[in-house]
Design a protein around this ligand. Sequence first.
Ligand SMILES: Nc1ncnc2c1ncn2[C@@H]1O[C@H](COP(=O)(O)OP(=O)(O)OP(=O)(O)O)[C@@H](O)[C@H]1O
Ligand SMILES: [Mg+2]
Length: 281
Amino acid sequence: MTGAAQTGVPGDLAGHPRTPDTDTAVLVVDDLVVEHRDRSTGTVLRAVDHVSLRIGAGESVAVVGESGSGKTTLAMAATGLGTRGDGAIRLLGHQLSSISRARLRRLRPEAQVVFQDPHGSLDPRQSVRSGLRELRRLQPERTSWISDTELLDRVRLAPQILDRYPHQLSGGQAQRVCIARALLMRPRLIVADEPTSGLDVSVQADVLTLLAQIRQSTGAALLMISHDLAVVRSVCDAVYVMYQGRVVESGPCEAVFATPRNDYTRELLAAMPGARWRSRR
Ligand SMILES: Nc1ncnc2c1ncn2[C@@H]1O[C@H](COP(=O)(O)OP(=O)(O)OP(=O)(O)O)[C@@H](O)[C@H]1O
Ligand SMILES: [Mg+2]
């Protein structure tokens, strides 16, 4: 395990048995099925259909696919935040199906999610400073490693930002605050669900560069959900292509992008905005 894990992450579930794969995989999803029930009609929709996925320590893995293909459902189930579903999920060596609520609560800080809409992720009534104070109160040991100003510096924000409220932040600044809040927890897995698609084009690259830098400097693994294949290619080692809840193709980014084997992947590559990179090479 790299980075934070080597140095002993505060709040680690020390003393609890782990499975042997712990040292090599941050997340192992095996044959996951997740269904949503439409409350008004009672209809059941299978959003994730027998998906398997593996993220090694420090690895950067992308999930791509059209809208509604199940990417967010997969990410939320895999981190224990969403509908659980059937199948095995091992997060940092812990089987989510058999973990107690108390243990899951302690495990959660290890997997931080950065959402698409940064303003929606922040409490509008809290200044950046009081939001960080709240996180520190909930996780005092885990968060004591860095001061507020140094934390903001890590995400290239000036200390004055601490006294701002979310509505006083630009989209890019708000997303940096969200990344700072995730970073504060010293996660071993960062899930970024379309982290730049709600932002102005001019700041998208900066935020992605920041995520990539944070991944490198902390050794955290990254699960990146994106529509933009240029983003995926620049940030990720491996890619999983989802279509109607299933993974139709997966492998190292370069291999999948250069010689896609699946028809849907080919269509996606041709249709996605990121496909532009191919003609520019
Ligand atoms: N809470 C829910 N209740 C009912 N159906 C849901 C719920 N969440 C998602 N779905 C449905 O499950 C399917 C997968 O949704 P999901 O949000 O995982 O897709 P996605 O790939 O993340 O899409 P997008 O790219 O638009 O974010 C969709 O058909 C969606 O309508
Ligand atoms: Mg989604």
